[in-house]
Each structure stands twice: as structure tokens, then as C-alpha cells.
Design a protein around this ligand. Structure first.
Ligand code: NDP
Length: 783
């Protein structure tokens, strides 16, 4: 081919990266690996092959860890823990810094090995995965240094178990290990069976960095090894990235175990192109959103929503760009798309696309010539799809984009939110006001405006809804690896249970049954049953309604339908909450009398009412002050971490300090803009049930607060399992039921089984954090 021909075809030549270095490293291990535990290699018994998806050739044999190997790793991590925690933040930071430097020094080896093992283009592993992994270690070296001053009330959790997927093997490892080590935890990590090699190389790098033995332990294997980690009683936290199905199983398996959990799961992220967008830029955005890493990205912009006026033009541009993408040898530096991870994943993609076509979708597939061998799938666009189609709802995890149109911005929001997932979204408009208007309305943990797939260690990443909970990166991500330092000694609950068996009471005539409060109205229990509340002498005070699952459903419906409160400004909420404090103070004596009926002395009752008034004022003060942050990310632009309400929170109140605990849980949830379904203390419900008077007289919109009484064990299941409840707070003994049920829609759960001293330890940033979620909105500067 002469130069004239080249100009004519504009074809690229081959630009292969050499695999030699990585193959030599594999050969230096005889292409067979054990586990890396306690700073050295431990031979495996059974092995499986790790293949190069671009060629199908075997790269190495990797060991399958059984429960004994996992135990060995946990023992090493446990043994290393005290010394690791005894180091100063500065000293721990030095190790993270050394790891960052060593990855940098070996960056070519890491990039090539990653590309061989995963099939992703070398351009991506070299320019994105490895530099971002390095960035994570540098960033968290800094957090280690700052830990004592920035998190004085927190400490490490202990041994953490981490399970990562195959789509970003080194990067996910860095996202998990860097914050865990910075905060003083020790780690047992399992890479995905398809892609264990860079994790094993990383273990060697840590050895070179002089990381103390046992601080990091890498065990390899398939899902069974993951299960051993999840179920291990000495592992105090599980950090998982992967499919929603496995995430749900982990939520159920860890229920009641006291393990802390963060789940980064699947997605079906919306990519919204408004009519006034820079269409050429948006086309490039789509390329990065869905064809980056062959679309095997949890936050891939896989649902394109284009405004009708420009849809045809946009699709034409997109198809023409798609046809120019180069698919092939991932080691070729000028390739756009590499290989799919495994033939099974390729088959899954093909099956889903066929199902879409069978359901009526129009198939637009790049005519690119695919390599004869290896596991490749062409860039694909499906149009003429409906919101309920499987291809629109399910995560395909491949280079497949589905496209729909919208007419108005509110229709775009409705379509974007019509998904069980909520990981990310991308919004394209030259009108920044419009984009900034849409960003808070889209249900997602991350929103990119006029950009996509931006990541950085300084900005938290993570989802809402069935995309999981918890954040990785940013200050918000560090809390996932920390727990509170032991609090002040808890108050004893002196009052004993006064509950009697449910009895049917005559609800006609003279009815002394304090009602429940649902949708702004006093309500009788659906079942018509009530239970007796006795005073400390055992004499009947009155009966209260015995709520059932129907009452829970009614209350959730009222809360879900009442969105006014969440739409109010912090200042407006503040005024209402100050009003609540004022109205409670008018009724001081009434509430004190209720507490005295529950066995409080006059002094204790007065003190509790006073504390409840103060607590309302405390959270009223916070309404307009719990600010977000502007993260310092290395781009010309900003990543704004905004605190948002979670939505509907179900709250089960404890018995101790029945008025103060009720207010201490209600007020932060309200302050952050949530609607709540409260279940009153089971044995001392009267102050909570009387609280409707305060709400009714304080301009609280109907449905914002709903209060149910009844048996906690009976109510916790439907409340924790309800699909319209977005978070559950539980203060009681049976955290297992609540956590297991919360797996239905993977809602956030906050379960506290120890008795709390509500006077001295019942307010603060912990409550505000639980009542809000962080959304990171990225906006670049410039033309
Ligand atoms: P999985 O969720 O099955 O795997 C993720 C990690 O969990 C892997 O290390 C896996 O091990 C491990 N694992 C599997 N089963 C269990 C278990 N029961 N207990 C503990 N750990 C377990 O995802 P896949 O890799 O199978 O991918 C399937 C689908 O998941 C994809 O098609 C995609 O839709 C989605 N996915 C989402 C990702 C995300 O980032 N959100 C990432 C990867 C996949 P091993 O791989 O060794 O079996």
C-alpha cells in the first residue's frame, strides 16, 4: 500500500504492544499460581485455567481456594491486625505511597497483563485502569495520614473480606484495598476467576513494598471461595462489586451477623441527549459510555434517551461513528474495542440481543470484521424498543446500546428513573441550567454532565436502588471502612415489658385507644385488634392499636405518595422543625405525664421532654447546614458531592427513652428531607402516638410522618421488605430479619442491637449520614 492509498482508505496499520514482559512474568511462576497469604505464596491443590479471551489460549493455572485456605488467610489477617493498627497514619500512608510508586514503576507490566487476561484494549488498561489504580493509592496514602485528625471518633473495623469482578480487575482491587488499608484494616481479597493475574502480581508488589505480612492476603477461586469469605465469622466487613443477584445473596447471607456491608452492583444507566446538546460531542460520549471496555462496565451508559427533535440526526451520526470503531487484538494500540471476557458472556449478550430483536427491536450492528478466533462481539445499537422490554430493563453487560426518545425533560426523567437500577446517568445539554435541573431528579449515585465515565479517587462512586449501597472513593467512601469508637456507656432500660396478649377491644363507644397516624390522619388498626399498655404497677393505662402488614402498607403508600417534604428547601424544612420544637414545648406537661405513666420519675420525664425539644431544634439547625462538598478531581471541572434525601425511611424505635429515641430518629430523617414510617416503641408507645398532635399543629405535610404501633416482630418484616421503602433503621434485637428482608430491593439498612444512651449519644453526624445519600455530579469547564 502506498501513501496515496493510505490517504484514500484512512486505514490504520497495526501497532501491537509486546506481550513479552507479561509472558516472562507468568513463565517465572511456571504459569501456575497459588494463593498469596501472609506475605508469601501458598500452594494450591486444585487449579483452573485463566485464558486470554482474545485468543482463547491459556495464560496460567490459578488455584481454587477452599474453606481451609480462606481460614489460613483470615488467620494471617487477624494476626497482622494489632500491629497494623498500632502504626501511625503517617506510617501506614508510607506503605500506600510505596505501593503507588511500585505500580507506577511496573505500569507497563500491569497494563499488558491486564489486557492479556481481560481482553480490554491496551489503550484503556495503560491510560485508564493503571493510572487510576495508582491514583487511588496516592490519594489514600493521604487519607491514612489525615485519619486521626479528620476521623477522631472512628476506628478500623478489623479483617475485611473483598470480592471483585472481572471487568476492572486491578482498578476494583485498588478501589477496595487502598481505603481498607488506609483506615487500618487488614484484607482478604478474592479476584474473579476469569481475571486473577493482576491481583497476584499486585500481591508480589506489596511484598516488594515491605507491606507487613498478613496485612493483605489474596485468595483465588470461583464463587465458592467468595461464599467462604462472606460466611466467615471473623470477617467483620464485606465489600463486594458484581452482579445484583450475588449482591442480594450476600445481603441475605450476612443478615444478623453484624458484618458491615457495601455493595456495588449492576446498572442500566441512562444517557440523556437533549435537543440543544452538542451532538458530535454527545456521540463521542456514547462511544465512551457503552463501547469502553466492550460495554462490560457497571455504569455503562447503556440506555440512550434522545430528545425527539434530534433523534434521527443523532442516530445517523451515531451509526456512522459506530461503523468506524475498530474491534480486534486488544494489544493493538489503535484498537477501540477488544474481546469479551468469556464465551459464556458472549453467548449471554447474543441471547439478550436476539430476544430484543424477537420482541420487535431494530438491530443496527457495526459491519466491522471481527477476528476469526477469540471472543468478540460487534458494537450494537437497538432502536424501536419500549421501556418495558427486557433489553431496556436488564443489564446486558456488553457493547449493546438501546435507544428511546423523549419529548420533554420531565419525560426524560421518568424514562431514566424507570429502572430497578440507579448507578449513574449522563446528561448532555448546552443549557447548564437545564442539565443542573435534571441532575438531582435522576435517581443515580453519579451524574455526569456533558461527560461520561469519569472516575477519581477523590469522588465517591456507588449507586442507589438495586445498584447497591455504600460509596467507594472520596471522604464518603472512607466511612465504609470505619466504625464508631466505643460510645459512652449505654443507659439501662429499667422498665419491664408491659405487653399483654392482643385482645379484641370494642372500638365503638368510649374508645381509649390512641390511634396510629397515617397520611396525616388518625387511623384505627386495619385488623381491629389492640393490645394493653400497663403502668409499672401492672394496671391498665389503655389499649393501643395492634398494627399489621396492611397498616404498614398503608403507611408506606402515604409516605411514598407525599413528595412535598422532600421538595422543600432546607430553610423551609427548618422553619417547620423549629415549629415542631415549639409545639412540643407547649405540651411539655402532657408528654411528661405520658412518660410518667410509663414509669419515669417526674424528674426523668421532664428531662426527657426537654431533651426531645432540644433535639428537634438541633436537627432544625442542621436542615440548611449539612452541606455537600466540591471534590478536587484532576479534570478541568468540578465533582459536586450533594447530600440528597434517601426517600422513604422505615424506622423501628427502641423501648428505651421512648420519646427521646423517637424524636432522635425522626428528626434527622426529616431534616434531610425524607418521609418516614415510624413504628413506636412496642412497650412504651404513648409519647410516639401522641406526637401526631405536634405534627398536626406544625405544618408538616400529610404523609411525611406516619406512626404505627404494634409488635415489632410483626411489623419489621413487611416494613423491611417493602419495595417502596428506600432505607430501614432498626433499633432492636432481631437485626437478622430486618437485614434479610431488606434484600428485596437492596435498601440500605442501619441496624443497632445494643442499647443506646439517647441523652448522651443520640445525635450527630452519624444520624445525618444515615439520613442522606451522596450524589456526585461531574461538570467539566470550557468549550
Ligand atoms: P458475579 O456477581 O457472579 O461475580 C462477581 C464476584 O463475585 C466474582 O469474584 C465472583 O467469583 C464472586 N462470586 C460469585 N458468586 C458468589 C457467591 N455466591 N458468593 C460470593 N462471591 C461470589 O458476576 P459475574 O462475574 O458472574 O458476572 C455476571 C453478571 O454480573 C454480568 O453479566 C454483569 O451483568 C454483572 N456484573 C456486574 C459488575 C459490576 O461491576 N456491577 C461486574 C461484573 C459483573 P467468580 O467470578 O470467580 O465466580
Amino acid at each position: 500500500m502506498n501513501i496515496k492509498d493510505i490517504f484514500h482508505t484512512m486505514d490504520y496499520g497495526k501497532a501491537p504492544e509486546s506481550a513479552e514482559l507479561a509472558l516472562e512474568w507468568l513463565a517465572s511462576h511456571n504459569n501456575t499460581f497459588g494463593h498469596h497469604i501472609n506475605g508469601s505464596w501458598v500452594k494450591g491443590k486444585e487449579h483452573f485455567a485463566s485464558n486470554n479471551p482474545a485468543t482463547g489460549q491459556e495464560l496460567a493455572q490459578v488455584a481454587q481456594a477452599d474453606d481451609k485456605i480462606v481460614q489460613k488467610a483470615v488467620n494471617a489477617a487477624n494476626k497482622a491486625l494489632p500491629d497494623w493498627q498500632a502504626l501511625s497514619g503517617h506510617q501506614r500512608g508510607q506503605y500506600l505511597y510505596a505501593i503507588a510508586r511500585l505500580i507506577q514503576k511496573n505500569s507497563r507490566l500491569f497494563a499488558v497483563l491486564e489486557t492479556l487476561d481481560n481482553g480490554k484494549p491496551i489503550r484503556e488498561s495503560r491510560d485508564i485502569d493503571v493510572p487510576l489504580a495508582v491514583r487511588h493509592f496516592y490519594h489514600h496514602a493521604g487519607w491514612a495520614q489525615l485519619l486521626d485528625t479528620e476521623f477522631p471518633d472512628h476506628q478500623a473495623i478489623g479483617v475485611v473480606g473483598q470480592i471483585i469482578p472481572w471487568n476492572f480487575p486491578l482498578l476494583m482491587l485498588a478501589w477496595k484495598i487502598a481505603p481498607a488499608l488506609a483506615t487500618g484494616n487488614t484484607v482478604v481479597i478474592k479476584p474473579a476467576e476469569f481475571t486473577s493475574l493482576t491481583a497476584l502480581l499486585f500481591a508480589e508488589i506489596c511484598e516488594q513494598a515491605g507491606l507487613p505480612k498478613g496485612v493483605l492476603n489474596v485468595v483465588t477461586g470461583d464463587g465458592r471461595t467468595g461464599q467462604h469469605i462472606v460466611n466467615h465469622p471473623e470477617i467483620k466487613k464485606i465489600a463486594f462489586t458484581g452482579s445484583t443477584a450475588v449482591g442480594r445473596w450476600i445481603r441475605q447471607a450476612t443478615a444478623g451477623s453484624g458484618k458491615k456491608l457495601s455493595l456495588e452492583l449492576g446498572g442500566k444507566s441512562a444517557f440523556i441527549v437533549c435537543a440543544d446538546a452538542d451532538l458530535d460531542a454527545a456521540v463521542e460520549g456514547v462511544v465512551d459510555a457503552i463501547w469502553f471496555n466492550q460495554g462490560q462496565v457497571c455504569c455503562a451508559g447503556s440506555r440512550l434517551l434522545v430528545q425527539e427533535a434530534v433523534a434521527d440526526r443523532f442516530h445517523d451520526k451515531l451509526i456512522s461513528r459506530m461503523n468506524k470503531l475498530r474491534v480486534g487484538d486488544p494489544l493493538d494500540k489503535s484498537i477501540d474495542m477488544g474481546a469479551i471476557i468469556d464465551p459464556r458472556q458472549q453467548q449471554k449478550i447474543a441471547t439478550l440481543v436476539q430476544a430484543g430483536v424477537d420482541a420487535g427491536a431494530s438491530l443496527n450492528q457495526s459491519s466491522v470484521e471481527l477476528p476469526e478466533n477469540g471472543c468478540f462481539y460487534p458494537p450494537t445499537l437497538l432502536t424501536d424498543v419500549s421501556p418495558s422490554d427486557q433489553v431496556v430493563q436488564d443489564e446486558i453487560f456488553g457493547p449493546v446500546l438501546v435507544s428511546m426518545t423523549f419529548r420533554t425533560p420531565s419525560e426524560a426523567v421518568a424514562l431514566a428513573n424507570n429502572s430497578r437500577y440507579g448507578l449513574a446517568a449522563s446528561i448532555w445539554s448546552e443549557n447548564i441550567n437545564l442539565a443542573m435541573h435534571l441532575a438531582p431528579l435522576v435517581q443515580a449515585g453519579v451524574v455526569w454532565i456533558n461527560c461520561t465515565n469519569q472516575f477519581d479517587a477523590a469522588a465517591g462512586f456507588g449507586g442507589v436502588k438495586e445498584s447497591g449501597f455504600g460509596r467507594e472513593g472520596g471522604k464518603e467512601g472512607l466511612f465504609e471502612y470505619l466504625k464508631n469508637k466505643p460510645g459512652k456507656s449505654p443507659a439501662k432500660v429499667t422498665a419491664k415489658s408491659t405487653k399483654s396478649k392482643p385482645t379484641s377491644v370494642n372500638l365503638n363507644g368510649l374508645d381509649k385507644t390512641p390511634k396510629m397516624y397515617i397520611g396525616g390522619k388518625q387511623t384505627r388498626p386495619d385488623g381491629g385488634y389492640s393490645y394493653a399498655i400497663n403502668d409499672t404497677a401492672g394496671d391498665l393505662i389503655c389499649h393501643v392499636g395492634l398494627g399489621n402488614r396492611k397498616d404498614v402498607r398503608n403507611a408506606v403508600e402515604a409516605a411514598a405518595g407525599s413528595t412535598n417534604w422532600s421538595g422543600m428547601s432546607g430553610f423551609q424544612r427548618q422553619q417547620v422543625m423549629y415549629f415542631m420544637a415549639e409545639n412540643l414545648s407547649y405540651r411539655e406537661e402532657e408528654f411528661a405525664a405520658r412518660l410518667m405513666a410509663h414509669g419515669h420519675s417526674k424528674k426523668a420525664a421532664d428531662a426527657e421532654v426537654q431533651a426531645a425539644i432540644e433535639r428537634l431544634s438541633y436537627y432544625a439547625a442542621w436542615c440548611d447546614k449539612y452541606d455537600g462538598q466540591v471534590h478536587s478531581v484532576p479534570m478541568r471541572g468540578v465533582a459536586m458531592a450533594m447530600h440528597e434525601p434517601i426517600g422513604v425511611i422505615g424506622i423501628q424505635c427502641p423501648d428505651e427513652a421512648p420519646l427521646l429515641s423517637f424524636v432522635s430518629l425522626l428528626a434527622p430523617a426529616m431534616a434531610m428531607g425524607n418521609r418516614v414510617v415510624m413504628t413506636a416503641s412496642e412497650h412504651f408507645p404513648l409519647p410516639a402516638l401522641d406526637f401526631y398532635q405536634v405534627l398536626n399543629t406544625s405544618d408538616v405535610p400529610a404523609g411525611t410522618v406516619n406512626i404505627i404501633s404494634g409488635e415489632q416482630a410483626e411489623l419489621c418484616k413487611p416494613l423491611a421488605g417493602h419495595m417502596n421503602v428506600d432505607a430501614i433503621w432498626y433499633f432492636g434485637e432481631d437485626s437478622e430479619t430486618v437485614e434479610r428482608e431488606s434484600a428485596t430491593n437492596l435498601k440500605r439498612s442501619w441496624t443497632v442491637t445494643e442499647v443506646r444512651d439517647w441523652h448522651n449519644n443520640g445525635q450527630g453526624s452519624e444520624f445525618l449520614r444515615q439520613a442522606s445519600q451522596v450524589k456526585n455530579i461531574w461538570t467539566p469547564y470550557g468549550e
